[in-house]
Design a protein around this ligand. Sequence first.
Ligand SMILES: [Zn+2]
Length: 404
Amino acid sequence: MPTDRLYYRDSFLCEFDGRVVESLPAEGRHAVVLDRTAFYPTSGGQVHDLGTIAFDGREVPVTEVADDEEGRVLHYVAEPIAVDTPIHGRIDKARRLDHIQQHTGQHILSAAFIDLFNMPTVSFHMGAETCTIDLQTTALSVAQAEKAERLANQVITEDRPVTIRFVPLEEARQLGLRKLPPKQTGDLRLIDIQNFDLCACGGTHVRSTGQIGCILVRKTEKVKQGVRVEFVCGQRAVAFAHKDYTALTEAAALFSSHIHDLPQQIKKTQDDAKAAGKIQHKLQEEIAILEAERMLARSSGSPKKIYAVFTDRDALFVKLLAQKLTESQPDVVALLASLAAQPTLVFAQSSGRKSHMGQLLKQTLSQLGGRGGGSADMAQGGFPEGTMDSHQLTQLLQEVSSRI
Ligand SMILES: [Zn+2]
């Protein structure tokens, strides 16, 4: 027998008495069916209630509530409860009120998008943090989203009555509902937001729109089936506004500016960082030229074989240095390593030489457990941190250079 759903008639009922009709084992839990319940099962985009069932002087938590195909409501608890046991159900009131606000807010927002732009809602999702509706449309501008949000909030402010009534399907068809359920037996449950929206729904709703508090549209994004609109209602909107404001205030304090000036402050910082990066690169290049001149002046032989390990210079500098060493003179081989940040090897030679730096680098890196490669004249690769210290690596490069 289908469960008598008390929330159909009163969305604010959070305590009730009932009797156990069935208690079924369900994967380590027990699904308890009652003759009547105020617990809302997950359906229509609205998530289930939480709460407790008290019986025989004890109280057990209800961790999930679901519909089954026979119209029964399953209350998941940790232990079985004997058939015919009288129970007292208690629903988490704050959670229910939050769901009521989000869910009825969705009715109004969906109706506003229809009313203003003829964009139907194709799906609704209520998450733990935010809610979303997917609109059937190819595009939605910021101005349109704001207009729908404004209309929805106006309907909330007007505190219009929200009433429930049950009508036969035929009659419902003639009423011009925003949406009809796909399959239905018996009377339809209609939710009527006075002179604004009429739709068939089995969810929990406010008594008048003022109870929603407000609607805040947070963002919109293009999805496969249209445009997704993320929103929050009531206390969630206030909580989100607080969270956003706190984050903005902390960010503004870092810039010693007002929160409204943050975008231009961030833009300025990015521009400054970009300019500083360019200057730094130019300086690195100048240092690399000077270092290369110094190293070349100190070395002799043919070819000039230069090997060095840098602990305070990064891979970028070592690569620049290898270029400068091998560009300015013929017959130079440079075997360089950086141990700063990500350990790196750079092998290079002046063009026209016969050796192959790419192959030599691969052989050397295989000893270090690293990977890399390159051309005959320039090769680069990395190896795991802590493989060798500066002294050991210098010895290795010396040994490699002696084989050239
Ligand atoms: Zn509803």
